[in-house]
Design a binder for this molecule. Sequence first.
Ligand code: ACO
Length: 428
Amino acid sequence: MSFQRNPETALLLVGAERLELPIVASNGRYQGIDVSKVREATGHVLVDPGAGNVSICAPSEITYLDGQEGILQYRGYRIEELANHSTFLETAYLLIYGELPTHAELQRFETAIAAAPGLPALATDSFLRSFGAAGHPMAVLQSAIAWLETQRPVLRQAESLEMEPVFFDLLRNVPALVASWYAFRTRGEWVEFDPTDGYAKGLLQAFFPDASHPQIFADVLETCLVVHADHEQNCSTNTCRSIGSAQASLYASVAGAVGALSGPLHGGANEAVVAMLEDLLASGMTVADKLAEVKSGEARLSGVGHRVYKNSDPRAERLKQLCPEVLRAAGNDSQLLDIAHQLENAVREDEYFRRRKLYPNVDFYSGILYKAMGIPVEFFTPMFAIGRLPGWIAHWVEGREKKTRIYRPFQIYDGQSERPYVPIDART
Ligand code: ACO
């Protein structure tokens, strides 16, 4: 790790033990206290369920997030500016290489992705056939990324400095695998992904080759991908870094990250939000009844709350602004959006949510947009995965470059104390 030390120190008193801890500098809101010697010096470990107070990786230079102020920056650039002015691949380049690309750099990057080998024809068919038709796209995607590695025996050996072909492979074929699973389920075929006319446009074409979508769909989908592209040490990125810390391949690390993202407390929330809003409409339950149910502890409000944002999530604000135009272009009524607005207003006024600083997060409005574009609900979280891919790549590379120590948190044991073994015939 390479932290810069501050002149100040923190003092930890454990019984008679007095330990001076270095304070390490950062550019952001929080300074760090280096506790890496606490166990050795005091025989105690630090307990922090959910790791909300610890930074377990070397200082990261990728994304800055200030949850109090609602600020999100990739490599120093505000998410609002990137969402308004940058394409997804420009943003991916920024995250992975650290700088916004020039025209020439962007062209080389885009061309390399478009020219990366596609899915292997025969193997893809039999691979997709091996899943039951009901297979959730996130489960298929997680398996498919691990499978993709088996199709690239040379690339899997690559070390971080020679990793570009792997970045290109994933950036071309993760969308291809997602769209192929949709095509396979609906039409019995798999599809290639061609990003030449734009990443989001290519994605919509791969999903719906016969439909002509209004340009606004591709533009908004591009924005959705940009705002999802990174979010520092969230659950899936932390999983990716953790797997990478064992020096496992980028394919293995991204496959693991997809598994983490599928959970309803993480990326799976976009699917849960639409289910919740549709359920509200269908059941005739009022917003007040829904809040009462949540406050009684029976359920959580999907798309609300965030470990870091305690005021507003700038990604949610941006996606919310885009909803009316997309619904108009789709010719959809605004029932879902209306109920979402009612729910948000109620949450913002309710003491329970205010006290706990719970506000809509990025997943609250993304599902409404995807649904209006015709993307099936089960494919909402895979859209998130496609967007988050550059972030996972950037963090995996950073972990390698900074020679991350293998992630291995300590455990406090509170189970049975030692007891004599009981042979099976003597057990009651
Ligand atoms: N609805 C109702 N109450 C909630 C919600 C919610 N969505 N989220 C948190 N709370 C309550 C908790 O019950 C707890 O109350 P208590 O103090 O009375 O026990 C308090 O707020 C703090 O909750 P934690 O679980 O400690 O918060 P944490 O930071 O661990 O969890 C999380 C963050 C997982 C996002 C949580 O807010 C949640 O479950 N939200 C709904 C799922 C969701 O939208 N996930 C997507 C997150 S964004 C992303 O991953 C892209």
